[in-house]
Design a protein around this ligand. Sequence first.
Ligand code: PLP
Length: 495
Amino acid sequence: MSAAEDSVSLCPVSREEAHPQPTDSQSSTPTPMDELFDLDPTEAVKQVSSLLGCSPTSENVSHYFDKHDKLRHLRGNFLVPKIADLPPSDLSLVDGSEECIYLSGNSLGLQPKNARKYLEEELDNWAKTGVHGHTVGSRPWAWAENNIEDLMANIVGAKTEEVALMNGLTVNLHLLMLSFYKPTQTRHKILLENKAFPSDHYTIESQIRLRGLEPQHSMLLLSPRPGEDTLRTEDILNVIEKEGDTIAVVMFGGVQFYTGQLFDMHAITKAGHRKGCFVGFDCAHAVGNVELKLHDWGVDFACWCSYKYLNSGAGGLGGAFIHEKHKDTIKPALLGWWGHDLKTRFQMTNVMELQSGVSGFRLSNQPILLVCPLQASLEVFNMTSMQALRRKSVLLTGYLEYLIKHYYTEDPAQPHKPYIRIITPSDPQQRGCQLSLSFSIPIRRVFQELERRGVACDMREPSVLRVAPTPLYNSFSDVHRFIETLGKALASSSS
Ligand SMILES: *Cc1c(COP(=O)(O)O)cnc(C)c1O
C-alpha cells in the first residue's frame, strides 16, 4: 500500500488531521499507522478517537481500524452469509441484504470461495475419468492429502512429516492415545482439565477402561480455584510437579473451548517432560486461532479438527501431529493400508512397510471431497502468516473487550442494569480471539434478539455467550455492529 493510500481514511478527517505535524512533546507524537496494531488495544482506540475527534465508541474508530488493516482483503476469499438467509433473522428489524455479523468461527468457519470450485473439479474428474482420478488430474486422489500437508504444517508450527490429515478429531485422539498411553503400575494417570470438551473426556475415560483401569483412579482432573473461571498456569505446573511421577500422559486443550483460555503449551510441555510424562494437546480451538510451535515446543503429539477456525466445512478432515523425535519409536497400535509406504502400497504384498512417524498411523484412503474445501481454506491462511493474523487478532478482540467493558461493566449505582463479566483472561497472551461473556441476566432472550438481528454467535445456558471475531475474515466493523446490536437486543429483551 502506498503512503498516499495509507493516509486516506473512511472518516471525515482531512489529511492534515490524519497526520498532524509532530509537536514538541514526545508523547503527543502520533503513532505511525503501521504500529497502531502493536499498541495496547485500549491505547489504540484512544489514539484513533482523538485523531478523528470522535468518541472511542464511535463506529468511525472501527472504520479507521479496518482501513488500516493489511489483512482485510482476506475476507474476500470467504462467503459471508446474508442476514436474510439466516433462519432466525427477522427482516422487520434489520436489512436482510446486509452481511450477517458472523462471530461463530470457533464453531464452524465460513465457506472459502474456492471450496465449491475445487469440489466441482473433482466431481468432474470423477464423472469424466472414473477410476483414473486416483492417479491423474490436478490433485490425484491417492495422495491428495499429502499435497496440502505442508500448508497445514505451517499453521501448527510443524515439519510436514510430522503432520497427517486424516479421520476426525476424536478418532485421531483415540489413535494417538493407543500409542502414547502405556500405563504401568505406578505411572497410569492422565492429567486433563475437569471441564474438557465432552468428546475428549469420553476418549480419555474409555482409553483408561480399555487398559483395565478405573477412570476414578487414573483420570486426574484439574479445576480452577474456587471462585475462579480459568486455570492458573502455576497451578497446572504445580500439579505436574507434584503428581508427575504417576502421570503417564498430560492431555490438555490448547485453547479451552468454553472459557477461551489459551494455555501455556510450552511451559506445560516442559513441566511434563521434566517428570517423564508424554504431553499432548487437543488444538481444536487453537489451530488457525493462535500461533502454535508444536515442533519447537517439543510437544509429543497433538490433534485438531479443521471445521472451526480452519473453515473446512462440517465434519472436515482432522489433523494429527507426532513430533519427529518419536518417528522411529512410537508405532501405531492399529494398522491400515494407508500407513504403508506409498511407493509400494499398491503392490498388495501384505507385508507392511510402515511409514515412519505419524504417517504410519494412516488407515484408510482419504476422502477427496473433504480434501477440497480444506485445501481452499489452507491456501488463504498461507497468503499470510499466523504471526500476522495474531497481531490483528489481539487488536480485534481487544477492541471488542474495550467496548464490552465500556458499556457493560457492573455499576453499583445502577443495580438493575444488566452487566457482563468476561470469563476469558484479559491478558492477550492467555487467550485467542474468543471472548466468553457471562451476563448478569438469563441469556436466552438476549440471544434470540441478537439472532433476529443477524448475529451468529454461540449461547451456553444459563448465561454465557461465546463470541469469536476471527482475524481471517472478521472486521472491526463486525465488532462494532455486534456491540450496537447487543444494545438493541438487551433493550428489547427487557421490555
Ligand atoms: C470441536 C471439538 C471436538 C469435536 O470432535 P470431533 O471428533 O471433530 O467431532 C472435540 N474436542 C474439542 C476440544 C473440540 O473443540
